[in-house]
Design a protein around this ligand. Sequence first.
Ligand code: FAD
Length: 419
Amino acid sequence: SPSDKPLVVIGSGLAGYTFIREFRKLDADRKILLLTADDGHSYSKPLLSTGFAKGKNAEHLSMADAGKMASQLDIDIRTHTRVTAIDPEARRLDAGFEGSSSSAGETIEFTELVLALGAEVVRPPLSGSAADEVLSVNSLMDYRRFRERLVTVAQQRCAEGAVDRPIRIVIMGSGLIGCEFANDLLASVDTKFTVDVISPDSRPLQRALPEQVSLALGQGLEEAGARFHWQSTVGSVDHVSEASAGGGSAYLVSVDGGELRTLQADVVLSATGLRPHSALAAAAGLEVSRGIVVDRQLRTSKADIFALGDCAEVDGHLLLYVQPLMQCARLLAANLAGGHNADLSYQAMPVIVKTPACPLVLAPPPEGLAGEWTVAEADRLDVRALFHDTEGSLRGFALSGRHVIEKQTLLRDLPPLLA
Ligand code: FAD
């Protein structure tokens, strides 16, 4: 009978787990199978870019492992299992164990399928013998790898008798994640870092922020110790010979454009962007645009297949943040558990940028909306910028420094993103 087949969820990030938790509040019995390519630990991804200031390693940030989550939520979880193909008409999918060389996967049938696949890291092409050792942090597993690399560097420093020498980090990219990591590393409680940020842009969060707020953020980060190299990109990353690295292994980073030619680094972090995971859905014939296209009930173009979180483009909105995915998880759970067809609505959702060197909150105007930013007040790190549409209505804001406390008041004047 169809009730023997599970509701299948792919992805154990905040979207997958929040959806299941909300669903379980409404339906304790339904058989649920969660498939995930990673180790299935439950964690809050935003905490990955505050871990050094708070002295938290990957173990501290894990709230529960897959076994604990399976028993807490009363579901089956297959970890390290990647879904490789979906057949929407037959309602089945192919999954294989990560790292297994045998092509023999298994076929799993579903009644409904929820895609919570997240976004993948976009890596610019790099040459050099150490190009593969450039790290990105987009999951708890990545964070663990990053921390492990730092332990190795610290051990080298010890062996060299140079424990006080800071660990040199080069960050590629000056977007939200690059800036947050720069600030977090400089605020580290237990290790001393130097941070060089290499960016093709001219200022931090250039595409998201009006100029004066962006400049305030850059100033705050520079005062905290960050060194920005603008209009530059990393061309190659090579291993430095042991002798010139002073005994340990390090990297030589070549920089194109700008004044700097090369830099030595102990770790290179790439933070140059994220792209919704949509290839699996596209290959299955689901409609895909910038993300997996879903309507206001989170339905993809195929029956009984839904998507939410970073992989989903919801009624034209691509919002790679926690608050929207929480709203989607609640709505989808209520619809699927209760047999409802309710539509999603989105309030305006400001994003707090976690850069304590220059506190910042941004309520981005809807994409493509005509209008302009005006800076109402600016004094060093304290800037208030408002975005008005062509009719003069407030549609977005960016607040830095002491102005961040005005968030709640301004929020009242912002219309909902999806009414
Ligand atoms: P993910 O957490 O990426 O989960 C995707 C899951 O899908 C993973 O389990 C993966 O293994 C699995 N998967 C993918 N493909 C397959 C496959 N084929 N088969 C099986 N499994 C698969 N947002 C905020 O609102 N505030 C913040 O302060 C903030 N800070 C952030 C800081 C950092 C460093 C980062 C990287 C992001 C931050 N974000 C923040 C964004 C926010 O964390 C994300 O929007 C959110 O975590 C996305 O969750 P998700 O479940 O959609 O995706």
